[in-house]
Design a binder for this molecule. Sequence first.
Ligand SMILES: *[C@@H]1O[C@H](CO)[C@@H](O)[C@H](O)[C@H]1NC(C)=O
Ligand SMILES: *[C@@H]1O[C@H](CO)[C@@H](O)[C@H](O)[C@H]1NC(C)=O
Ligand SMILES: *[C@@H]1O[C@H](CO)[C@@H](O)[C@H](O)[C@H]1NC(C)=O
Ligand SMILES: *[C@@H]1O[C@H](CO)[C@@H](O)[C@H](O)[C@H]1NC(C)=O
Ligand SMILES: *[C@@H]1O[C@H](CO)[C@@H](O)[C@H](O)[C@H]1NC(C)=O
Ligand SMILES: *[C@@H]1O[C@H](CO)[C@@H](O)[C@H](O)[C@H]1NC(C)=O
Ligand SMILES: *[C@@H]1O[C@H](CO)[C@@H](O)[C@H](O)[C@H]1NC(C)=O
Ligand SMILES: *[C@@H]1O[C@H](CO)[C@@H](O)[C@H](O)[C@H]1NC(C)=O
Ligand SMILES: *[C@@H]1O[C@H](CO)[C@@H](O)[C@H](O)[C@H]1NC(C)=O
Ligand SMILES: *[C@@H]1O[C@H](CO)[C@@H](O)[C@H](O)[C@H]1NC(C)=O
Length: 792
Amino acid sequence: MAKTFTSLSLIVSVAFLAICTARRPPLVSDVPVNYTHVCEPSRFAKQGLDIAEFGYCDTSQSFEKRAKDLIDRMTLEEKVLQLGNSAAGASKLGLPPYEWWSEALHGVSDTGPGTNFDEVVPGATSFPTVLLTTASFNQSLWKRIGEVVSSEARAMYNLGKSGLTFWSPNINVARDPRWGRILETPGEDPFVVGTYGAIYVRALQDVEGTLNTTDLNSRPLKVAACCKHYTAYDIEDWLGVDRFHFDARVTEQDMLETFQRPFEMCVRDGDASSAMCSFNRVNGIPVCADKTLLQDKIRGQWDLHGYIVSDCDSIEVMVHGQKWLGDTQEDAVSQVLKAGLDLDCGDYYPKYLKSALMQGQISEAEIDRSLKYIYVVLMRLGYFDGSPFSSLGKKDICSNENIELAAEAAREGIVLLKNNGTLPLNSSKLKKLAVIGPHANATKAMIGNYAGIPCRYVSPIEGFSAFAEVTYEMGCADVACKNDSLIFPAMEAAREADATILMVGLDLSVEAEGRDRVDLLLPGYQTQLINQVAKASKGPVILVIMAAGCVDISFAKNNELIQAILWAGYPGQEGGRAIADIVFGKHNPGGRLPLTWYKAEYVDAVPMTSMSLRPVDEFGYPGRTYKFFNGSTVYPFGYGLSYTNFSYKITPSKTALKIKLNKYQHCNNLNYTNDDVKPFCPAVLVEDLGCEHEFGLEATVENAGKMDGSEVVMVYSKPPMGITGTHAKQVIGFERVFVPAGGKNKVKFTFDVCKSLAIVDGRGNKVLPSGLHTIMVGDADVSFLVEVQFYQ
Ligand SMILES: *[C@@H]1O[C@H](CO)[C@@H](O)[C@H](O)[C@H]1NC(C)=O
Ligand SMILES: *[C@@H]1O[C@H](CO)[C@@H](O)[C@H](O)[C@H]1NC(C)=O
Ligand SMILES: *[C@@H]1O[C@H](CO)[C@@H](O)[C@H](O)[C@H]1NC(C)=O
Ligand SMILES: *[C@@H]1O[C@H](CO)[C@@H](O)[C@H](O)[C@H]1NC(C)=O
Ligand SMILES: *[C@@H]1O[C@H](CO)[C@@H](O)[C@H](O)[C@H]1NC(C)=O
Ligand SMILES: *[C@@H]1O[C@H](CO)[C@@H](O)[C@H](O)[C@H]1NC(C)=O
Ligand SMILES: *[C@@H]1O[C@H](CO)[C@@H](O)[C@H](O)[C@H]1NC(C)=O
Ligand SMILES: *[C@@H]1O[C@H](CO)[C@@H](O)[C@H](O)[C@H]1NC(C)=O
Ligand SMILES: *[C@@H]1O[C@H](CO)[C@@H](O)[C@H](O)[C@H]1NC(C)=O
Ligand SMILES: *[C@@H]1O[C@H](CO)[C@@H](O)[C@H](O)[C@H]1NC(C)=O
């Protein structure tokens, strides 16, 4: 969303401006909001209407019936005016305007026009950006954050400052390290991304006590979430290739295995009430116009209960940018409506649906179908009838408890990459601290994009001031660090201090929506700053990287003068406090990298436009993510140290799974490097199997060190040896456990055979291979085999 049309034609930029300014809808706050819900008799009475006449307010009827009543009362003109993000409402029917576009990626954000801050609500809690929260690998934390965000959102709605429909989370897999939006995502592993997506969606949406609702079209919603951007979208603007024109060429195999998996989990497991199609094309077709991807897949196969919305102005992009099929505006709105797009973030639906209908391209029934989906969602939200959340208000926004959770999230996410025993620092042994670098006084940089206005900021220099006397030097004027003029004073500060903290990295000027990176290095003179300060420093040197995408810091990893390195992502409003708490041992770090940290040369080996996850031998492309890249890295996926040491003992619950096939279940072929090791029945299609088989393990985690700590128990499966073209391993489960110093803790996993051991073959079939699968816990030093055997 949030369009940057730098690379589109002038005509499009002008049209875009028109949307943003002239057509900007009345903000929710401009609308009288002295009612908490639409179907309030006094509201109707004030407008000279009798509520009893309007069946859509009759709570004895089903949502679908009531939605139909509302739609049937509308003229065609009124109908189409409800299908843009700024829905006009219909005053004769007592229906107020509604702004659909609000955002809540890591806190309530004012990126969309549906939300705004003012003197009544000056800010909302700004959690770490999603990538850092993901690094905690703590599913309860992910859930807790979503619950707090939705409570603050609902409170803002009650105060007239926000909508109820939030277009979050972003669950595109981070396929390429250059992608500018990695900070918004849960990383590179499709299962981790999907797990995060489903948990966050449920935490935004679920209303306690209503989870057993059998009719999911009537299940109440706290606020509505959205799985975006569907699909195979992860290019912003790379060497002139931009997301508005990019045609992602994707194999069925990568589609099923990587790009679609998080969306399927988000819609099915999360029961999301919305999905958003992306700007790009997939195999030639704009996603928003692809019936197979929208109607058949999301609505049909995945059984969406809700609406499908376009990324903002993507219909316009089809016409003016992609010049798809030489479409007129009417052709384009007809194609996307028929493909299954219900709501247009933009103004094409309101402007052109009527003329498309007049031209005979679409029917009114198709418009009504989409209207029904959007009104049922608003009914589930209590927009018409009120909700159990009406008591939430100002006191629930930026409460101390919420601010503490933001700090806790940052502490749990931060990853310790290097430590030769220097960390944690002991504040009673240390007086003067030099805090140096372009991020030493970071504030706005810590909250990344899709942020709102935070309750407050705790910058690194403020955070460290709680432990020692701080000398602050910027070292660089900004992240770009175009010259070395500020390095000398930084060296002087380091020479005087008992310890030196270097706060470096990237920000939205390097990685952002609309902006991909071209290299994996620290910008400008930052490397010189680090090396020279390390040389000059009297005390130990701690390097803190604030960035989302990986940075090749091999030089620092190999430099003995740098005793410790932390990755802090973009840590949110409380970031400085969290970093200082970790450096001084108030918290023992336990985060793990949700991304592979490639070496700088990686970007020369593969163009960003190659969508393939597997190595492409023909062009020498090396493969992507820990599942397929087998070269050396700066730090691997899942990496992260602690101030203590953990050891594992594993007890598998089952090591042999004999699966009887009936006469309708057939063996599938798989390619093997060596036909001699090929089993007689190599694999069976997952959809042919009942998948009732499970296996599991119990891990006992022991803390052998002197400090309490948390360990992320990461479980991978590795397919039987010799199958060609499959992943090296894949995450199948993870849990973060707390273990006191000298103590033990147990964690139990149960795995579904199909979900955890299946692979996708070269033809795009999801199959369960027979043979010996390896189950690895942690860094593979603990593993066992599970044998899958088919027999007739
Ligand atoms: C809303 O209610 C307040 C206090 O009850 C009142 O002062 C204000 O005029 C009302 N606003 C509208 C638009 O009705
Ligand atoms: C995970 O997060 C929850 C919720 O914030 C927290 O209570 C718990 O202590 C965390 N677990 C670990 C092992 O850090
Ligand atoms: C929902 O169903 C579960 C499992 O059947 C049951 O344990 C639980 O009590 C039910 N909850 C409510 C609120 O009905
Ligand atoms: C920190 O240093 C003080 C003074 O030397 C010492 O008493 C204390 O035990 C140290 N704390 C830790 C956690 O090592
Ligand atoms: C740190 O940044 C804030 C906000 O940009 C600014 O107000 C403050 O003066 C800065 N602190 C120092 C010591 O420069
Ligand atoms: C160094 O960069 C800063 C900020 O970009 C600029 O203000 C300053 O003039 C530059 N100094 C030199 C010596 O080029
Ligand atoms: C730790 O850092 C010190 C000081 O730079 C250095 O002398 C030592 O070799 C390092 N130890 C390890 C294990 O790398
Ligand atoms: C890594 O992948 C390349 C390309 O497929 C292959 O040639 C090479 O043998 C692999 N190396 C290892 C160590 O598996
Ligand atoms: C962890 O174990 C390693 C190897 O056994 C040891 O060298 C190191 O000192 C231990 N670290 C801690 C923090 O206990
Ligand atoms: C096996 O490899 C051949 C040749 O590369 C390919 O055509 C075929 O689709 C592969 N079969 C499977 C099941 O992947």
